[in-house]
Design a protein around this ligand. Structure first.
Ligand code: GRF
Length: 202
């Protein structure tokens, strides 16, 4: 059984889906031991409280000391013996401090087919660029922004009528599927990193 910490900053739909998939046993051998947020007003925290999932909040407003901030996170989540950190709409760049403490144990979901459209507003970037396909990516987190080794991706078609909103909704559906699949692979110890590549064992 692995202990997961989910990091959120806002709505938390990926977090909620992961939790629902644990409850329905689609995700096996994993539990969400704590939800961490840098934003005390994150909408997803309400769900965590209703479901009695422990919550840790460290407000990041006015915190430019990013390494110290991450050191505080490490201390605060230590009691939960975390095996995997899932960034899910966590709107802060994590520093080496956290990455080294949880080496190859931090994953993220990004709403584009990496390496395209990194950073903020990926769906808007895709619409403006005029791509025919976009999608989402679950990847290990390294020190770059959305640059770590890719675990899973899912593709959606961009139709001529798509707006940022409609494309985001299409992509989010896929996010909710592949994030849980990636967690299962991690929990089953089926992922190994070889340079840029993630090998998935059968
Ligand atoms: C998702 O689109 C995710 O890919 C991106 O931020 C959004 C978070 O949505 N990193 P939610 O908070 O999980 O609903």
């Amino acid at each position: 059984m692995i202990n997961i910490a989910v990091f959120i900053s806002g709505r938390g739909s990926n977090f909620i889906k992961i939790h629902e998939n644990i409850k329905s046993n689609f995700i096996k051998n994993a539990t969400i031991s704590v939800v961490f947020s840098n934003n005390e007003n994150a909408k997803g925290l309400e769900y965590a409280k209703n479901e009695n999932i422990p919550v840790v909040i460290i407000p990041s407003k006015n915190r430019s000391d990013r390494e110290n901030y991450d050191a505080e996170i490490i201390e605060a989540i230590k009691p939960y013996s975390i095996d995997l950190i899932c960034l899910a709409g966590y709107m802060r760049i994590v520093t080496n401090k956290l990455i080294n403490e949880y080496k190859n144990k931090i994953i993220n979901i990004h709403p584009a087919l990496l390496p395209s459209f990194t950073g903020l507003d990926a769906q808007k970037q895709a619409i403006e660029y005029g791509v025919r396909y976009s999608g989402c990516t679950v990847h290990f987190v390294d020190t770059g922004v959305d640059t770590g080794p890719i675990i899973l991706q899912s593709v959606v078609e961009v139709s001529k009528d798509d707006t940022e909103e409609t494309l985001s909704a299409k992509i989010l559906k896929e996010e909710h599927i592949i994030y849980s699949k990636a967690i299962n692979l991690f929990a089953e110890n089926k992922l190994s990193i070889n340079g840029r590549k993630v090998e998935i064992k059968n």
